[in-house]
Design a binder for this molecule. Structure first.
Ligand code: OAD
Length: 256
């Protein structure tokens, strides 16, 4: 392999990095069969209106529609498996224990591939909580697969403590990010010397500001994405590749 091949350059930066951040978005889960949000053909936001499904106002207006849609997504994630890229990323974190994984994803595929201490900026599908009192309700019953479709109407369970309705544990449009998670992400981006953004369109803030924060502080920033994004002009290296291909290749190069 030529030393100037992009993956070899990334491997060199990886080896010399002291602090390292991997920021993942929906494209990280795409090879596990989970749709992204903004893919023109089958992205979730090309088929559904976020105003109807991903705001507190939507939940107030039509709880059954919103809860049914999230239960469909929970079941989809439950039926999916981490792909080779998730496992490769966990291996990278073993090689480089200072590597922090910060994700915008609300699935648990990083954890199911053995990743530890993943920072979830946009919450989790599996941390439902009461809309009224905020208590966690992690044991959500998922109806049999056969009944599951995105247009399923399903009333959310009630909170055993205050009788409020249980809501999905994700961050909706107009809501603040979980502050502990955000503070940790910001600190990691400020202190790292290599940030790799994988499978994100870089359109949703504040998560999309992390690569810029890192670069401003002198870190190398790398993008892994099959297509150009608004981040592409602000990175040191773009790998036009899927998450699975690039991460497996990086592990192979590091082990050679
Ligand atoms: P998007 O759907 O906006 O972007 C997904 C990106 O992944 C695109 O740039 C694709 O080109 C890329 N992609 C697709 N397949 C890929 C693959 N196999 N490997 C690598 N990249 C691939 O998703 P996000 O940027 O994550 O917010 O969206 C950010 C937020 O917007 C989400 O967290 C969600 C959404 O509204 C909330 O739910 C709060």
């Amino acid at each position: 392999m030529q030393a100037n091949e992009p993956i070899a350059e990334l491997a060199q930066w990886f080896q010399s990095a002291r602090g390292m951040v991997v920021l993942t978005g929906a494209g990280m889960s795409a090879e596990s069969g989970i749709p992204t949000f903004r893919d023109a053909q089958n992205g979730l936001w090309s088929q559904f209106d976020p105003e109807d499904l991903a705001t507190a106002q939507a939940f107030r207006q039509d709880k059954a529609l919103v809860w049914g849609w999230y239960v469909w997504r929970m079941a989809m994630v439950r039926a999916a498996q981490p792909h080779a890229g998730h496992w490769a990323l966990t291996e990278l974190a073993t090689i480089k224990p200072s590597l922090s994984i910060i994700t915008q994803n609300v699935d648990d595929l990083h954890e199911r591939a053995g990743a530890k201490d993943v920072v979830h900026l946009h919450g989790s599908l599996f941390a439902s909580r009461c809309f009224a009192c905020g208590r966690l309700h992690e044991d959500v019953h998922l109806p049999p697969e056969a009944a599951l479709k995105p247009s399923l109407r399903l009333m959310p369970p009630r909170c055993a403590h205050c009788d409020g309705y249980v809501r999905p544990g994700v961050v909706w449009f107009g809501e603040l990010l979980p502050q502990l998670a955000w503070r940790k992400a910001e600190r990691c981006a400020t202190e790292c010397d290599l940030l790799i953004a994988i499978g994100t369109s870089g359109l949703v803030f504040p998560a999309a500001s992390l690569p810029g924060i890192a670069r401003h502080r002198g870190a190398k920033v790398v993008e892994i994405n099959p297509i150009r994004t608004p981040l592409s002009d602000q990175v040191d290296l773009s790998l036009r590749s899927t998450a699975g291909e690039a991460l497996c290749r990086l592990v192979t190069v590091l082990k050679a």
